[in-house]
Design a protein around this ligand. Structure first.
Ligand code: NAP
Length: 285
């Protein structure tokens, strides 16, 4: 029976260190959040606001309502440009998914990369790990924190392990793949065209799943002793579940992250960490 990785406890530890860093700063960092008024977005924003206020990070929330009159590309771009130019804003976070009429890639590329605390600007999502910039995809960094917790407990290293990532999105799958490569894991990234997904999953020492389909990865596919990180968030009959068959996978994995309570709380904390990094970067210029 695998150890369940406690995302809340990991997030609390990161928070303690961050609190000391924020206290030592000469002024308070400010995070600007753009959200579109959906239920999921609202819940995530509450979590961001709660953590920010307990750390001494100010929040500048801007809500764009997308119901009666659909929001336009121009309106979203104007908000981003205004925040880019405002020196009192240190971090920018745009909630995903954006409404369908919005060109999300264009918005990601418009955010000043130095203020991109979500790590979605092309410079930060794809190239960060080569350029060694200090800000990266908050979800990918959270995944690595959970993997590192498992490695710390087992006393093992990532080097040479078979890592398999399922999902190749710009904001999760690809940056996770880059980070695993950076640490010399032998990394495979699976996607919609992957033939025989089960075969790939079955040889993973480290498995990261970010697809968005409930119970998509079968428990019986997990290699005994694997580290399993489930990024998926799906609502099924009013309950939040991940992409992995949790109970069955737990029987085989050495370590597994739950949903909820796994990647999610650590991701929120990595946004705060990126905001502090962005603040320092801007102060240094
Ligand atoms: P996304 O942009 O929709 O990407 C999903 C990925 O899964 C795509 O790369 C897609 O490939 C791939 N995929 C779809 N069907 C597949 C299949 N049958 N076999 C293999 N790959 C398949 O979603 P995302 O933003 O990466 O998010 C993924 C999940 O993580 C969602 O549930 C989201 O809510 C959750 N999430 C959680 C956090 C957190 O903090 N916990 C943060 C971000 C996202 P194609 O592009 O080729 O179709």
């Amino acid at each position: 029976m695998g150890v369940v990785l406690d995302g809340k406890a990991i997030a609390e530890r990161i928070k303690e260190k961050l609190r000391q860093e924020v206290t030592a700063l000469n002024s308070r960092p400010t995070l600007a959040i753009l959200y579109f008024g959906t239920q999921a977005s609202l819940l995530f924003k509450f979590a961001q606001e709660r953590e920010a206020s307990s750390l001494g990070i100010d929040i500048d929330p801007e809500r764009i309502v997308d119901d009666v009159v659909p929001v336009t590309q121009g309106a979203v771009e104007r908000v981003i440009q205004q925040w880019n130019q405002d020196p009192s804003i240190h971090g920018i976070f745009v909630h995903q998914p954006m409404p369908p009429q919005i060109d999300a890639q264009r918005i990601s590329a418009l955010i000043d990369p130095r203020k991109d605390v979500e790590g979605i600007h092309p410079q930060n999502s794809a190239r960060r790990f080569f350029a060694k910039a200090r800000i990266g995809s908050c979800t990918a960094l959270a995944v690595m924190e959970l993997i590192d917790e498992a490695l710390k407990l087992s006393g093992e290293s990532l080097e040479g392990k078979e890592a398999v990532v399922v999902g190749h999105s710009e904001i999760v799958g690809r940056p996770v793949g880059m980070l695993l490569l950076d640490r010399l894991a032998t990394t495979t990234v699976c996607h919609i065209a992957t033939k025989n997904l089960e075969k790939h999953v079955k040889r993973a020492d480290v498995l990261v799943v970010a697809v968005g389909r409930p119970r998509f990865i079968k428990g019986g596919w997990i290699t005994p002793g694997a580290i399993v990180i489930d990024v998926g968030i799906n609502v099924v009959e009013g309950r939040v579940v991940g992409d992995v068959e949790f109970e069955e996978a737990k029987e085989r994995a050495a370590f597994i992250s739950p949903v909820p309570g796994g990647v999610g709380p650590v991701t929120v904390m990595m946004v705060m960490k990126n905001t502090v990094e962005a603040f320092k970067l801007q102060q240094a210029i």
